[in-house]
Design a protein around this ligand. Structure first.
Ligand code: 5CA
Ligand code: ZN
Length: 475
C-alpha cells in the first residue's frame, strides 16, 4: 500500500476521501457543521458499538441528558467556566420572547449531569455511579475547523461521568478508563501514546488530565481521547455529598472521560492509502464485496454463483454485498477499493469451471483462489489476518516516528522536518516547558503515563530531568 500522496498532502487526501467514499458532505452552510452520509454513518455506528460494548462490560450505564443548561447552573465551577466561556453557544430566545435565564448548548455535560447526581447521591450505598452518554455537543471553536477533527457541532461525543466515595477509587477509575481506551484503540488498530498533560493544559475543572494522541500522516499529533480526574472540584460546587456508615457527610470524588468522532478520522488516517480508505474488518460497513465477472453467453452461472456465495457468507454472519450494477468490473473494483472494503471476491467463468472464487485483499492487493468448500473458513481467516496486519503496520510506522532527543535542535528536526514525536528529558518546570514549546514550535504532550524515569538533563535549564516528556506539533 502506497501512502505518498496521503503523507504529502494529508488535508487534500482527507477531504477527497470524505466525498469519494460517501463518508461526509462538507458543504453544509454553517461553519464547523457537517452531514454524515450513509457509508460514513455505518462506519461511525460500528466504531461506537465497540465503545458501548467496552463500557457496558465494565459496569457503565447509558443515559441521555438534555442539551440545554441554565446559565446560573452552568456558571458554578469557576475554572470550568474560565475554560469554556469563549466556546459556548447561547440560546437567548424562545420564539419572540427573551428568556429570563439564558440556556447554554452543552459544550460537555458536567454542569448538566452533576446537579442530578446531587439528587441521586444520598448514602455510600449509592456509590459508585458510572454513567455515559453518546450525544452531540457544541463548541464555538476558533482554530480552523475540520470535518470530524475540529467541529463546532460534535455529533458523536461519548462522555462518561463517575462519582466515588474515596479518592483512591476515583484514581482507580481513571486507570480503568485508560485501560478501556487502550482496548478501544487496539480494536481499531489505531496507535497512540498516553501522557499526563502538563498543568497548563489540564481540562477546565480537573485535577489532572490523561490524553491519548495518535499521529496524522502529516506528522502532527491528534488528541483522540482524554481521561480526567476531577477530584472534588465539581462535588463542592454542586453539593455532591454522601453519608458514610458512621453518619458523617463527605464530598464525592469524580472522574470523566471522553472521545468523539475524531477517532473515526484516526481510523481513516491510520490505515488509508493513496487509493482511499482501507477499513479494519470489525468496523467496515461492508466486509466482503462480491463482483461477478460475466463473459458474453456465460452470465447465468456467474450470477448464480455470486448470489450463492453472498448467501453463504451472510449466513455466516459477515457483512457482505453483491455488486450487480451494470458497470465494468474494473470500475467496481476501484469503487470498493476507495471505500475501504477489506476483501473483494471475484466470480468469473474460470472460477465457475474450477469451483473456486478469486479473493483480493484491499490492504496488500494479494490475490488467491479459494476452493468453494473452504470459502467461509478461509474468508474469516483472511479478515482476521487483515485486522492483525493493519494494526501491526500502523504501530510499526508510529514507533518509527518517535525519536529520542536531548537538545532543542534535535527536537526541531524530529517534529518539523520529518514530522513525528520527540521524547526528551524535562525538569518538570513550567517555565522550561513553555520555553521548549517556544524554541521548537511544538506542544508538550506531557509526561508519559507509566513512563520510565529518564536519564539526562532538561535541555533548557540543564537540571537533572524529573520526567520523560513528549513533544510534537499538534492538531
Ligand atoms: N468532559 C470531558 C471528558 S468527557 C471533556 O469534555 N473532555 S475534552 O474536552 O477533552 O473532550 C474529549 C475529547 O473529545 C477530546 O479528547 C477530543 O478527542 C474530542 N474533541 C474535543 N473537542 C472536539 C471538537 N471540537 N471536534 C471534535 N472532537 C473534539
Ligand atoms: Zn528545566
Amino acid at each position: 500500500m502506497k501512502r505518498e500522496r496521503l503523507q504529502k498532502n494529508f488535508s487534500e487526501w482527507f477531504s477527497g476521501i470524505l466525498r469519494n467514499a460517501d463518508i461526509m458532505e462538507t458543504r453544509y452552510p454553517v461553519k464547523g457543521l457537517f452531514v454524515w452520509l450513509p457509508h460514513g454513518l455505518k462506519l461511525r455506528n460500528h466504531v461506537f458499538a465497540i465503545m458501548r460494548g467496552l463500557l457496558e462490560r465494565s459496569g457503565h450505564q447509558e443515559v441521555l441528558f438534555p442539551q440545554l443548561i441554565p446559565e446560573n447552573i452552568f456558571r458554578k465551577e469557576a475554572e470550568h467556566i474560565r475554560g469554556f466561556e469563549e466556546q459556548v453557544y447561547w440560546v437567548t430566545h424562545g420564539g419572540k420572547d427573551k428568556l429570563d435565564v439564558k440556556l447554554a448548548l452543552r459544550p460537555t455535560s458536567e454542569t448538566s449531569i452533576y446537579p442530578m447526581f446531587a439528587l441521586w447521591i444520598r448514602s455510600h450505598a449509592d456509590l459508585p455511579i458510572k454513567i455515559y452518554q453518546i450525544v452531540n455537543i457544541f463548541r464555538y471553536e476558533t482554530k480552523m475547523t475540520k470535518p470530524m477533527i475540529r467541529l463546532r457541532e460534535v455529533t458523536t461525543f461519548k462522555e462518561a461521568h463517575t462519582a466515588h466515595a474515596k479518592p483512591e477509587e476515583a484514581e482507580a477509575q481513571v486507570r480503568e478508563a485508560v485501560h478501556i481506551y487502550k482496548r478501544f484503540f487496539d480494536e481499531l488498530g489505531v496507535p497512540y501514546v498516553v501522557t499526563k498533560r502538563p498543568q497548563w493544559d489540564t481540562f477546565a475543572g480537573a485535577e489532572y488530565s490523561i490524553a491519548f494522541d495518535t499521529l496524522a500522516p502529516d506528522g502532527r499529533t491528534l488528541q483522540i481521547g482524554t481521561v480526567h480526574n476531577l477530584g472534588q472540584n465539581f462535588a463542592k460546587v454542586y453539593e455532591l455529598k454522601y453519608e458514610a456508615p458512621n453518619g458523617k457527610h463527605h464530598y464525592v470524588y469524580q472522574a470523566c472521560y471522553g472521545v468523539s468522532e475524531r477517532v473515526i478520522a484516526a481510523v481513516m488516517m491510520a490505515h488509508g492509502d493513496d487509493v482511499g480508505l482501507c477499513l479494519p474488518p470489525n468496523v467496515a460497513p461492508i466486509q466482503v464485496v462480491i463482483v461477478p465477472i460475466p463473459y458474453k453467453g456465460r452470465e447465468v452461472p456467474v450470477e448464480q454463483i455470486g448470489a450463492a456465495v453472498k448467501n453463504e457468507l451472510a449466513a455466516a454472519g459477515l457483512r457482505v454485498h453483491l455488486d450487480e450494477r451494470d458497470l465494468r468490473p474494473g470500475n467496481k473494483f476501484y469503487y470498493w477499493e476507495r471505500r475501504g472494503v477489506p476483501l473483494r471476491l471475484e466470480v468469473g467463468p474460470e472460477d465457475v469451471k474450477k469451483e473456486q472464487v478469486t479473493v483480493v485483499r484491499r490492504d496488500t492487493s494479494e490475490k488467491q483462489a479459494i476452493a468453494k468448500g473452504a470459502l467461509k473458513t478461509k474468508v474469516k481467516q483472511l479478515l482476521e489476518e487483515i485486522t492483525g496486519d493493519l494494526r501491526e503496520r500502523a504501530w510499526k510506522s508510529f514507533h518509527e516516528s518517535i525519536e529520542e532527543a536531548s537538545d532543542t535542535e534535535t527536537i526541531k528536526r524530529v517534529i518539523e522536518k520529518r514530522g513525528g514525536i520527540a521524547r526528551m528529558p524535562w525538569c518538570g518546570g513550567k517555565a522550561c516547558g513553555k520555553a521548549l514549546e517556544e524554541q521548537t514550535g511544538g506542544d508538550l504532550l506531557g509526561e508519559e503515563f507509566d513512563g520510565k524515569t529518564p536519564s539526562g538533563a532538561c535541555p533548557i535549564c540543564s537540571k537533572r530531568a524529573k520526567v520523560s516528556v513528549l513533544i510534537a506539533r499538534t492538531y
